[in-house]
Design a protein around this ligand. Structure first.
Ligand SMILES: Nc1ncnc2c1ncn2[C@@H]1O[C@H](COP(=O)(O)OP(=O)(O)OP(=O)(O)O)[C@@H](O)[C@H]1O
Length: 337
């Protein structure tokens, strides 16, 4: 059974089609990232899954139940982290969790829930109106975890969290997935998505433009990587050797540098070996992956991917540098092209 399945799901607001004919399947136990620029239709989709908004056309099932006709069956089994969670300012964080436990008729220990989301007993005793944005987000996450849900739906879970909080959120999502919970979350934050998702769906102007693993997405836009080798001597003689390697699609020789377009990850090591066999003296190997940032831009026709400080961090750093033999030519992580 799929945890979520939508068929032709559509939502129109007047002349505006917020969600357009969405066919989407999220498998049981999967961590699924729902990506898209501002206004793409992510929250509207989530609202229809939770029966907060009614579709104009199409249908959706959640945990096997019709999202509109059987919302009462679904809600006890789903934990929701809504966008823009509001607290009761005078109630303590702990009281919020106690209330959720009672409402869901669950057996959770509120202190354990608070601990899981990084709120101390002292934090829990404070009025939630005094909480920082990140603390509110943690509290909202704790409330979503009450009742050990089969499905967690999280709308922009990292909003307001500092880098440490984001890492904790990622660990939490992973540990929930290991317990068998399906996690469906929306995000602009590509780094967040890459780290924890099994698959992602990319929404643009209400339409699903891609569904795949991050690796699959990279490949589908002709992704792969660029491997730049610096040789001890002129690269001209080595050009044909590199070009003959399967999985290397294009080679440019310039001075002592060979720039190879790589479509098959294994081709990197093959190329290094072939060059070494041909007695090319390799001094340096640099590998740059297609960044998720450029991937996202390609899929959403140049729409920017959010404005948060984290949003730009993916793909901005670290390419991997090999040594003279290049034998261990690894895969760079997210360097910008
Ligand atoms: N209640 C509403 N009435 C009219 N238009 C709406 C309503 N809710 C959403 N929209 C419009 O539908 C489109 C999709 O909005 P939605 O909030 O689903 O996008 P989103 O992908 O979640 O964006 P963000 O990342 O900015 O939260 C937007 O153009 C938005 O203005």
């Amino acid at each position: 059974m799929s945890a979520i399945e939508t068929s032709g799901l559509t939502k129109e607001y007047g002349n505006l089609t917020a969600v357009d004919d969405l066919d989407l399947t999220v498998d049981d136990g999967e961590v699924f990232g729902f990506l898209g620029p501002n206004g793409a239709g992510k929250s509207t989709t989530i609202n229809m899954l939770l029966d907060f908004a009614r579709p104009t056309a199409g249908s959706a099932t959640v945990l096997g139940y019709d999202a509109q006709a059987a919302a009462d069956e679904i809600s006890p089994r789903v934990g929701v982290l809504p966008e823009g969670f509001d607290v009761y300012p005078r109630l303590s964080g702990r009281r919020h969790v106690e209330f959720a436990v009672k409402t869901k008729d669950a057996a959770d220990d509120p202190d354990r829930i608070l601990e899981r989301v990084g709120l101390s007993a002292e934090d829990g005793a404070r009025p939630a109106g005094d909480y920082s944005k990140g603390m509110r987000q943690r509290l909202a996450t704790g409330i979503a975890l009450v009742g050990d849900p089969d499905l967690l739906i999280m709308d922009e879970p990292s909003t307001g969290l500092d880098p440490h909080g984001i890492r904790e959120m990622q660990e939490l999502v992973r540990s929930e997935a290991e317990r068998g919970t399906t996690v469906f979350f929306s995000s602009h934050i590509l780094e967040h998505v890459e780290t924890i998702c099994d698959r992602v769906g990319v929404l643009n102007e209400g339409r699903l433009v891609a569904v795949d693993t991050i690796e699959g997405l990279r490949e589908s836009i002709g992704g792969g990587a660029t491997m730049t080798l610096t040789l001890a001597d002129s690269a001209d003689g080595a050009r044909d050797v590199a070009a003959s390697v399967e999985g290397i699609t294009d080679v440019v020789a310039s001075g002592r540098t060979l720039e190879c377009s790589v479509t098959d990850p294994a081709a990197k090591a093959r190329a290094v070996t072939a060059l070494a066999d041909a007695e090319a003296r390799i001094r340096d190997v640099r590998i740059e992956e297609v960044s998720l940032e450029s991937l996202f831009t390609a899929l959403t026709n140049g729409e920017e991917s959010g404005t948060g400080p984290q949003a730009g961090s993916i793909g901005a750093t670290a390419s991997e540098t090999g040594t003279e033999t290049g034998a261990g030519a690894g895969t760079g992580t997210g360097a910008t092209r």
